[in-house]
Design a protein around this ligand. Sequence first.
Ligand SMILES: [Zn+2]
Length: 150
Amino acid sequence: MPSAPQSVSKPLSIAKAGEACFAGLQDFMCQNPNAEIPDETLASLHMLYGKNFAKALEVVDSGGITCFVGERTGRTLYKVPGRRPADQYLVFPAHFCSCQSFQFDVVGRSEAVCCKHQLAARLATVLKRVAIVTTCDIELARMLLEQCDG
Ligand SMILES: [Zn+2]
């Protein structure tokens, strides 16, 4: 069975399909601001991201996701709450999360294309369930440094 090449290319193609899915969803939500996520999009996202997607929806539902936008650079950085209220993860939706699952499952074993916090940040953004805070870029850098120290 020609399963070996498939498993090698899988994470990348999932990431690509995910991008397309989110882009489509973004368009849809722009045109239908008060709509729910369409069932077929839900199904596609669930197929692509598996249990991480269900977990991400839970995170979005519990709220508390904040997007910090650098006032000069327009750079964005998310803070997504973890299971315990004290846990706050720093998230770049396309590239990075400071949680353990990202380190182990995404970077370490390449089993997942992203963690639930990254998905939650993207979902919260398209659903407008995110608090947007404009901040100076130095503050953004400080938040990142803090993360490295911690
Ligand atoms: Zn994470």
